[in-house]
Design a protein around this ligand. Structure first.
Ligand code: GRG
Length: 287
């Protein structure tokens, strides 16, 4: 299954509407324009869907949308920063010019801060204090020194250097896996999920997130800009799972992680069909 599972068509439109309201066009100005440019650009919305599906599995997704929007805002913020000349120097994102090319570097950096700030602000306002604090801390930890910031730092500093398999895995878990885990946990928390629910969903998302990043590496080698919406062959100076294990080895590893992710869903039985389909998609995705 290389295209998105059919159920995404049900989830993407409400997510798009909620994101549209998340950063309103008014009062406008270059920073707001740049925030909306990246946040509202065509995206699979995997992290938001993961929040909503996890909430559904724990009872109801009726309170999950603010957490879904916040994780997408954090993700969009990370994409803007990742594309900067001082980081991956990427010209294309989500099928369009990267934010710093369209708006200039200063505005792009401010837009990334704006999105991050709005993510936390929305969470603080959307939920009662104890739940707001829990989800905000969860996302802050996922961004922070055991998450995206740490993973990105290690990744950028390792350019042109050989890495061990364990270091590579740690970088990928932090850069991508941790935000997937936070998304699933936030969905569960928004629905009042039990500790057992959270353990199962975190195990699922942790493995799914690492597989997602390995397939991202694979697509850099085997994909096209039309499929991925970004430049390809951009990882040549980095150690990736593909340079480490080869295309077939990386594909097998991603497949194995997706199988492990799916097996973590066992406690939910047939109710977890959509999350299992999401894992099948991640293993074979071309977008
Ligand atoms: C302060 C938020 C923040 C981050 C600072 C720049 C940085 C640290 C981290 C970069 C993390 C990063 C961009 C990892 C790559 C994750 C990844 C696989 C992105 C592609 O995700 P998709 O395919 O994209 O879900 P779409 O466009 O579909 O949403």
């Amino acid at each position: 299954m290389s295209s998105l599972p059919g159920f995404f068509q049900t989830y993407q439109p409400p997510i798009a509407r909620a994101l549209e309201a998340f950063v309103p066009a008014s009062p406008g100005g270059p920073v707001v324009d740049a925030m909306r440019y990246t946040l509202l650009a065509p995206s699979k919305r995997v992290r938001a869907v993961l929040v909503l599906l996890s909430a559904e599995l724990c009872g109801s997704s009726s309170r999950a949308m603010p957490a879904a929007c916040a994780v997408e805002a954090i993700h969009a913020s990370s994409l803007i920063l990742d594309d900067l000349p001082s980081m991956d120097n990427a010209p294309l994102r989500r099928g369009r010019a990267s934010a710093h090319i369209e708006f200039g570097e200063a505005v792009a950096i401010l837009a990334a801060f704006g999105l991050l700030n709005d993510a936390y602000g929305h969470l603080a306002r959307a939920y009662e204090p104890a739940l707001a604090a829990r989800i905000t801390a969860l996302y802050a930890d996922a961004v922070g020194l055991d998450g995206l910031v740490a993973g990105q730092a290690e990744d950028v500093l390792a350019t042109d250097q050989g890495l061990t398999f364990d270091t590579l895995e740690r970088i990928h878990r932090r850069k991508t896996g941790v935000l997937f885990s936070a998304a699933a946990t936030a969905g569960a928390l928004s629905a009042g999920g039990s500790a057992d629910d959270i353990v199962a969903l975190t195990a699922y998302a942790k493995n799914l997130g690492l597989a997602f990043q390995i397939v991202d590496d694979l697509l850099d080698v085997t994909g096209t800009p039309e499929e991925t919406g970004k430049a390809v062959k951009s990882d040549a100076r980095k150690t990736t799972f593909v340079s480490f294990s080869g295309v077939d080895g990386a594909r097998e590893l991603a497949l194995e992680l997706c199988r492990t992710a799916t097996s973590a869903l066992a406690p939910f039985g047939r109710r977890a069909t959509h999350l299992a389909a999401l894992a099948d998609f991640v293993a074979q995705r071309r977008l």
